[in-house]
Design a protein around this ligand. Structure first.
Ligand code: ZN
Length: 413
């Protein structure tokens, strides 16, 4: 998707502002001899920004406005190293609330709804984003925050909450608890707005059934405002995103080249009007694609497909992108199989083809040969590859304390 003239002018203005501010990114552009951006070609040559940059600029190196204009900061922790701090101006905070209110509206939520907000409040962008959007919409916020399931369910029943916002794992926990207590008929929920983390179809179906809600995936990340930059509509054909606030492109994570609409790659986001900490071409490491064409709902906002996984975890066989999450999802469908697995990918010179070997663990009670055949068929139908599958007894594969490496690529790159 090409930048419109207006978006191009906005990017140009962002770059000029960054340089003038003397912030971390201003210096990056200055040193690269970049003074602005006048065309799509120029844009696609602009340097990427990354989480690593934001850590280098810790704590407030990316701030692009004077101190008196900053009204709030948020922080994303990340699994390694220093946290990232993002400063917001009053306009940034308001813009974010406008985008979030739009998300609720896209999901058919109105000011008559009662929105129970279970994501956490604090340094991260979750709870407060859901809350600000709710207030902007004019709906009633029920800011329970996370945890305390008893209180949570009591509020849900007594206040007749119609919308649940949560992480998908917490929504699952609540659904299970409501099922266990047999109080489904006292719940008034109609819709669920959940963070767009990767979750299985099985989990979605369960939450849909047990809570009786339509499911909406909300997209966003702390570095770019927070959740609320996109959401699916009731046609569920991908997430509409707000292209008057962000420009999204999809790149090949290996070469950095911009890919045409419809092709899968890494999501790269440029903020168009952000003041406190504008980001140009921020690499999210989320893998998805822009869905070409128009949505049956008639909205002109472009669509991003559901996030398929992280580019860091991706592996490629026979030209097909694969993610550990997909493997986990497949194994979750097979009876008696543990969650441990190992994947080896090698190139067989003789047949000049990549060979994929999947090793999984199964309980002694199941037939290993039949289990292997089932897994092979699932890979074939869901991922379009036919691996060789070896089934070993539970406890055979190594266990490690840290996040285990499960995919071993023996091909020469
Ligand atoms: Zn739509």
């Amino acid at each position: 998707m090409q930048l419109t003239e207006k978006q191009l002018a906005q990017v140009d203005a962002q770059i000029k502002r960054l340089i003038k501010s003397g912030s971390y990114y201003g210096k990056v552009f200055e040193e690269a001899g970049i003074t602005g951006c006048a065309s799509q070609e120029e844009f696609e040559k602009l340097p990427f920004s990354s989480k690593a940059d934001l850590r280098n600029a810790y704590p407030l190196g990316i701030q692009a406005v004077p101190d008196e204009e900053v009204v709030r900061i948020h922080s994303s922790s990340g699994t390694t190293g220093k946290p990232v701090i993002i400063p917001y101006t009053a306009k940034d905070v308001d813009d974010w609330a406008i985008m979030f209110a739009r998300c609720y509206e896209m999901a058919g939520i109105t000011n008559k709804d009662r929105i129970q907000i279970t994501p956490g409040y604090g340094l991260w962008t979750a709870g407060i984003g859901f809350q600000a959007g709710c207030e902007k919409l004019g709906a009633m916020a029920i800011p329970t925050g996370p945890g305390n399931t008893d209180k949570q369910i009591q509020m849900m029943i007594d206040l007749k909450s119609t919308v649940l916002t949560a992480t998908s794992s917490y929504a699952l926990l609540l659904a299970e608890e409501i099922n266990r207590r047999g109080i489904r008929d006292r719940i008034h929920l109609k819709k669920g707005v959940f963070g767009s983390e990767r979750w299985s179809d099985k989990m979605r179906a369960y939450i849909h059934k047990e809570l009786g809600v339509e499911l909406y995936d909300i997209y966003g990340l702390t570095e770019i405002y927070g959740p609320g930059i996109g959401i699916n509509c009731s046609y569920d054909t991908g997430m509409h995103y707000w292209d008057d606030y962000v420009y999204i492109e999809i790149i090949d994570p290996k070469t950095g080249e911009t890919l045409p609409d419809g092709e899968e790659g890494e999501v790269v986001i440029t903020t168009l009007v952000k003041e406190g900490a504008p980001l140009i071409r921020f690499r999210t490491h989320d893998m998805s694609r822009i869905i070409p064409g128009e949505c049956p709902c008639g909205s002109k906002f472009p669509r991003l497909d559901v996030i398929k996984g992280r580019s860091d975890d991706m592996f490629k066989v026979h030209g097909v992108n694969m993610f550990p999450s997909q493997v986990e999802e497949i194994l979750g469908l097979v009876d008696g199989v543990s969650s441990e697995y190992k994947i080896d990918i090698a190139h067989d010179e003789e047949i000049n083809k990549d060979v994929i070997l999947v090793t999984v663990e199964a309980e002694g009670r199941v037939n290993f040969e039949r289990t292997a055949a089932t897994i092979r068929e699932l890979f074939k139908s869901r991922m379009s590859v036919t691996p060789k599958v070896t089934v070993v007894p539970v406890g055979t594969l190594p266990r490690t304390e840290k996040k285990a490496k499960r995919v071993f690529d023996h091909r020469e790159n």
